[in-house]
Design a protein around this ligand. Structure first.
Ligand code: SF4
Ligand code: SF4
Length: 499
């Protein structure tokens, strides 16, 4: 009698032939042979609950990723990483080099967040949100399935001689991959220079945008190489996160794991073999069908335990659940689980290490919010004009010349007025009473401050300058006024009065 179990195929000769190699899996990468040559991974398309959930999340993330440079919050980009002009935007907040502390705190939050998540939930980032995994598994690989067929068809096509049909399929696939890489490259460029600066590069005379076009081509070629050739090797060879994970995981971390207590000893299912015989032979629930291996995009066997190559894509969970459904065993032989939950049946718990990381993360977020919401929309810097000390006017007052730098951190033009606080003297912006600082720009001008000798407190006098916009105080800048020592200044003034 035909059993559904007979339908579980053992048709992936490649994986089967490598079974011996899996015994020493930690000694070499599964995607290279003994001579170090690349072994192409023909992953089978996964289907199931987790793949469906990841697909929904991926579409949402892809939408945000491509719309990101065009989304504006209060006129500012959602995300901008303009390294060239040193302008950055996170969630619509513009950051300048003067805001480096805030930017550094934001980066620390990002890194600590990943550490907290990795400690608690393993490589959730890699499987669910990393742009490399999302684009590779949800876009490029799906297109590959559509054009070349499933893993078996792809392997056959690769081995087949070059015919018109093969040439057409390969050209179509690579053409679409190149087009998508171009779009991704342009999106990355828009994140770096801003969408407003990207459009002229595409529409203007190319001779005016040689640098921009060069980067556009480089980014396109880079993404094409990654998604058409490099693929899972970007995760295993280049990405430092995969290598760092071993320092962050512990026995309570939730990872994609094979329940070895339930699955071992693994053994092939014989047609019509009664369950009692399997139990008598000491077999567990794993029927050694390799379905979890055939779907793995990094070519590993999750039954070997936690591995650096595993990007937690959940494909093996779905593959094994399908097998368990067919053999009538409970789902979850491969599942999200911690080592302790498998070995000791312990439920997921927050460990002291996780608590410590969470406290650090909360502190950093609080610091970030405080810095963001207390910073001024306009930042002024007063620098004493180079080479000048002080001057004395005909009526006995003293003058200092300053260079003023004003940064407008918003995306709207701001009128700015300066006032010398405390009424100690006069402040004059050279050439204008009110300054207009263009959106997102830095302007530089000269400022003259005049003090009466009675206002001097010594060789240097501390001053406060109020920076106002539309009547609202934006910032108070502290600076120093250089003059003669007070006694000298008073004697000079007396002299003048006497004369
Ligand atoms: S873990 Fe599941 S999918 Fe993998 S070989 Fe065993 S039964 Fe098959
Ligand atoms: S072992 Fe499973 S979760 Fe890890 S990469 Fe392979 S298929 Fe994805």
């Amino acid at each position: 009698m035909s059993s559904p179990l007979n339908k579980l195929p053992d048709r992936y000769a490649f994986q089967a032939s490598q079974e011996a190699d899996w015994q020493n899996f930690r000694d070499h990468l599964t995607t290279t042979d003994k001579l170090g040559r690349r072994q192409w991974v023909y992953a089978k398309a996964p289907h199931g609950k987790w793949t469906r959930r990841r697909t929904w999340v991926s579409w949402l993330l892809i939408g945000i990723m491509f719309a990101g440079p065009f989304i504006r919050i209060n006129g500012n980009p959602l995300l901008l990483m303009n390294i060239i002009e040193r302008r950055f935007a996170i969630l619509g907040q513009l950051f300048w080099p003067q805001d480096m502390v805030i930017f550094a705190v934001a980066m620390l939050i990002f890194l600590t967040g990943i550490i907290v998540f990795t400690t608690a939930f393993g490589r959730l980032w890699c499987g669910w949100t990393c742009p490399q995994t999302v684009m590779m598994e949800m876009v490029f690989r799906k297109l590959e399935f559509l054009i070349e067929g499933d893993a078996v068809a792809q392997r056959k096509l690769a081995a087949a001689p070059w015919t018109a049909g093969k040439l057409a399929k390969k050209s179509l696939k690579l053409g679409i991959f190149f087009g998508l890489s171009f779009i991704i490259g342009n999106t990355l460029l828009a994140y770096i220079i801003g969408s407003d600066a990207l459009l002229p590069i595409i529409t203007d005379d190319p001779r005016h945008h040689v640098t921009g076009l060069t980067f556009m081509v480089l980014f396109t070629l880079l993404f094409f190489a990654i998604f058409a050739r490099f693929r899972e090797q970007a995760c295993t060879y280049i990405c430092p996160y995969g290598r760092l994970q071993s320092a962050m995981l512990d026995e309570n971390t939730m990872v994609v794991a094979y329940d070895h207590k339930r699955g071992e000893k693994r053994g092939r299912l014989k047609p019509d073999q009664p369950l009692v015989h399997r139990i008598a032979r000491g077999h567990g629930d794993c029927i050694d069908c390799h379905q979890c291996v055939t779907v793995c995009p990094t070519g590993i066997d999750i039954r070997d335990g936690v591995q650096m190559e595993c990007v937690h894509c959940t494909a093996c969970i779905d593959a094994c659940d399908t097998v368990m459904d067919k053999v009538g065993s409970p789902r979850g032989l491969i599942r999200y689980a911690s080592l302790n939950s498998i070995e000791k049946g312990e439920a997921f718990r927050i460990t002291p290490r996780m608590k410590l990381y969470a406290v650090v993360l909360t502190g950093l977020i609080a610091l970030f919010l405080t810095l963001v919401f207390t910073r001024s929309a306009v930042e002024a810097m007063f620098l004493r004009a180079p080479g000048s000390l002080f001057m004395q006017t005909a009526d006995g007052k003293f003058e200092n010349l300053y260079t003023l730098k004003l940064v407008n951190k918003t995306m709207r033009d701001l009128p700015v007025e300066l006032k010398l606080e405390g009424g100690a003297g006069q402040l004059e912006v050279m050439g204008a009473k009110t300054l207009l600082v263009p959106a997102g720009q830095l302007i530089e001008t000269s400022v003259l401050i005049q003090l009466h000798s009675s206002a001097l407190t010594g060789g240097t006098t501390k001053l406060k300058v109020g920076v106002y916009s539309n009547g609202q105080l934006m910032q108070t800048v502290k600076t120093v006024f250089v003059g003669p020592r007070k006694s000298e200044a008073e004697s000079e003034t007396k002299h003048e009065h006497h004369d």
